[in-house]
Design a protein around this ligand. Structure first.
Ligand code: F6P
Length: 317
């Protein structure tokens, strides 16, 4: 019988379990046995695996994190590490693989594809930084979590006429910050795609204060600023009270939203169907609510056009 392997890699994202569940269900339906590979590529190199039946995953669609665990493996980036992984696949007679993860995970998947393993990727990352797909699994849940946190901070900011800098995740992509602000979450936003300098942030804040808005949220993507320096700069320039909140890993956990569960279900089934059709070296995505699939090599080069969203933001803020 043909055997399918499945692993999650990189940062966990809510909805990964729903994707595992869907892939296992689809594989069993088509008569494939499934091996769950634990801790991503690290576990693949070490042969850390367990057999998965649908009963093992049936109740996990609503759980955050990943039941297969995950890792960021430096060893797998090296030729020697990948040879180990290939030996595990050969020993376990796994000839088809589903990789759920972000861009780094897809790079690893592409290498396995080039070594003759049949691989399909499923985008699982809260960052939404894969331009070939409108949404990656986990992003919607994270956005909802961020909005809930923002709402709480707004309550206290408005009670004290305070300004808060909120740092959100996203790695080098501003989508978590951008969509939070589009959903009505903040007054000033700075992302890698449209980065504001300290002086520009102060000038926008000053405009709002002059207009009578004394509680303001500044949403920034991680890795862009020294937050203590930014806070101090604003306080000294504008003589206002500023606080800083880094949302951190709160954004990555939690039960997946309905949107993420449905997206994961669709993508999990599609990944298995593509493998059965003989497709390899590609990742499933979604464009205009339709499932698509694209070669890993084309995915890496693609950049997102967020012009419409940023224009809308200019009107809304
Ligand atoms: O890619 C998901 C993500 O949460 C990013 O937003 C963040 O920059 C990174 O992972 C954090 O990585 P780690 O879990 O290795 O600290």
């Amino acid at each position: 019988m043909s055997r399918l392997g499945i692993l999650t890699s990189g940062g966990d994202a809510p909805g990964m379990n729903a994707a595992i569940r869907a892939a296992v269900k689809a594989a069993n339906h088509h008569g494939l046995d499934v091996t769950g590979i634990q801790r991503g590529y690290q576990g693949l190199m070490e042969g850390d695996v367990r057999q998965l039946q649908f009963a093992d995953v049936a109740d996990f669609a609503d759980k955050g994190g990943t039941i297969l665990k995950t890792s960021r493996s430096l060893e797998f980036m090296e030729e020697a590490g990948r040879s180990k992984a290939l030996r595990t696949l050969e020993r376990l007679e796994i000839n088809r693989l589903v990789v759920i993860g972000g861009e780094g995970s897809f790079k690893g998947a592409e290498k396995l594809h080039e070594s003759g393993i049949q691989v399909i990727g499923i985008p699982g990352t809260i960052d939404n930084d894969l331009a070939y797909t409108d949404y990656s699994i986990g992003f919607d849940t994270t956005l909802n979590t961020v909005l809930e946190c923002i709402g709480r901070i707004k309550d206290t900011d408005s009670s004290h006429d305070k300004t808060t800098i909120i740092e959100v995740m996203g790695r080098y992509c501003g989508d978590v910050a951008l969509y939070s602000a589009l959903a009505g979450g903040g007054e000033i936003i700075s992302t890698p795609e449209q980065k504001l300098g300290f002086a520009e942030i102060c000038s926008q804040l000053q405009e709002r204060i002059v207009a009578g808005k004394h509680d303001n949220l500044i949403i920034v993507t991680e890795r862009m600023y020294s937050l203590p320096e930014l806070q101090q700069y604003i306080e000294e320039e504008l003589h206002v009270s500023v606080r800083t909140t880094v949302l951190g890993f709160i954004q990555r956990g939690g039960n997946p939203s309905a949107f993420d569960r449905v997206l994961a279900g669709r993508m999990g089934v599609k990944a298995v169907e593509l493998l059965l059709e003989g497709v390899s070296g590609q990742a499933v995505g979604m464009k205009e609510n339709k499932l698509i699939h694209k070669a890993f090599r084309d995915i890496h080069a693609e950049t997102a056009d967020k012009q419409e969203q940023y224009q809308l933001l200019a009107t809304l803020l």
